[in-house]
Design a protein around this ligand. Structure first.
Ligand SMILES: NC(=O)c1ccc[n+]([C@@H]2O[C@H](COP(=O)([O-])OP(=O)(O)OC[C@H]3O[C@@H](n4cnc5c(N)ncnc54)[C@H](OP(=O)(O)O)[C@@H]3O)[C@@H](O)[C@H]2O)c1
Length: 316
């Protein structure tokens, strides 16, 4: 019975979103519009910058004049990205494990000491089907997709690198449309209760809640937007969703199409931070009524603060 309900839910989801999330959706809403933007003199920080969508954002921003601090783990991929960047801007590699809070704090302190960030893109995200904990005791997906974003953001604010002029763009996923924010599902206690797909949807829903929370921090705080890229053919999809990729391959977007709205948001900075952005348009963050019943943004923030403290304690 449970399996049937899940299958029905998936069928409703795909029927509703296959067109707008595919490359047909990009073609319809953005098409050949191009993006005339000049990011000269701006300092960007892009997480998960060596692969898929993050890589396209980093290269797109550098090509329009930005200096892009590229955060990712693999030094070889970072060096390749640096040499591939075409000016007038450039890519500056920063090797960091974004699932480890102490490493995030180290890297944030390093870059905050060197000046303000104009655009911060919380792009890193992974779908972890296997349950594993980091050395700090945090479930790997939660650490990478959400807790790390919260800790990076906080460390940059504390270091004075995020100011009223900064823009924060979070890369959520259309998967969040199927989830009401439920703090109990953000992190499973063990492998038996872990469902990587559901946890990912929760992390992505939580990114929307965090964005709204950040936008309520008043004057002097940076402004934030949350977006999703549609369905993009990346290593992440190849690894985590091989069946989905096989089924929809002909309809998947390329990384540049997935990255487009992040660059557009940074260039246009729309007046409202409400909703979720796709293909340069603001959509409602709820497609189904039940997702409106989720936990409050403030409850999420309190939960993240506690969880970050726990991770720090574990390391010590
Ligand atoms: N692709 C899609 O269809 C799709 C749809 C909806 C939402 N999204 C979201 O878009 C974002 C990018 O997805 P993608 O498909 O482009 O991902 P991807 O191809 O898997 O690339 C992931 C990037 O993140 C880095 N990374 C992973 N774990 C890391 C860690 N612990 N520390 C530092 N860097 C790490 C990887 O570099 P290293 O391994 O070298 O560190 C790589 O640069 C994610 O948030 C994803 O949830 C994607």
């Amino acid at each position: 019975m449970g399996g049937m309900i899940k299958a029905l839910g998936a069928a409703i989801f795909y029927a509703r979103f296959a067109r707008p999330f595919s490359r047909l959706g990009f073609k319809r809403r953005v098409g050949d519009a191009g993006l005339q933007a000049d990011f000269s003199g701006q300092r960007w920080l892009v997480t998960g910058a060596t692969g898929g969508i993050g890589r396209a954002i980093a290269l797109g921003a550098a090509a329009r004049g930005a200096t892009v601090l590229a955060f990712a783990r693999d030094a070889r991929k970072l060096a390749a990205l640096e040499s591939e960047a075409r000016g007038p801007g450039k890519v500056v590699p920063v090797a960091v494990d974004l699932s480890l809070m102490h490493d995030i704090r180290r890297a944030a302190a390093q870059v905050a000491g060197e000046g303000a960030i104009d655009v911060l893109v919380h792009n890193v995200g992974v779908m972890c089907h296997e349950f594993a904990r980091t050395a700090e005791g945090v479930e790997q997906g939660l650490a990478t997709n959400l807790l790390g974003h919260w800790v990076l953001d906080g460390a940059l604010r504390e270091g004075g690198a995020l100011t009223a002029g900064s823009a924060i763009i979070s890369m959520s996923s259309g998967g969040m449309y199927g989830a009401a924010l439920d703090l109990a599902v953000l992190e499973a206690a063990d492998a038996g209760t872990h469902d990587g797909f559901l946890a990912y949807a929760q992390h992505k829903r939580a990114q929307v809640a965090l964005t709204h929370y950040w936008n309520r921090q008043g004057p002097g705080a940076p402004r934030a937007w949350v977006m999703h890229p549609g369905w993009v053919d990346t290593d992440g999809v190849r690894t985590a969703l091989p069946g989905f990729r096989k089924l929809f391959r002909a309809l998947l977007r390329n990384a540049g199409e997935g990255a487009d709205t992040a660059l557009w948001l940074a260039a246009t900075r729309p007046a409202t931070g409400e909703g979720i952005w796709l293909d340069r348009h603001r959509d409602d963050e709820h497609a189904f009524g039940f997702t409106r019943q989720g936990a409050a943004d403030e409850a999420l923030v309190a939960w993240l603060e506690q969880r970050a403290l726990g991770a720090a304690g574990r390391r010590g």
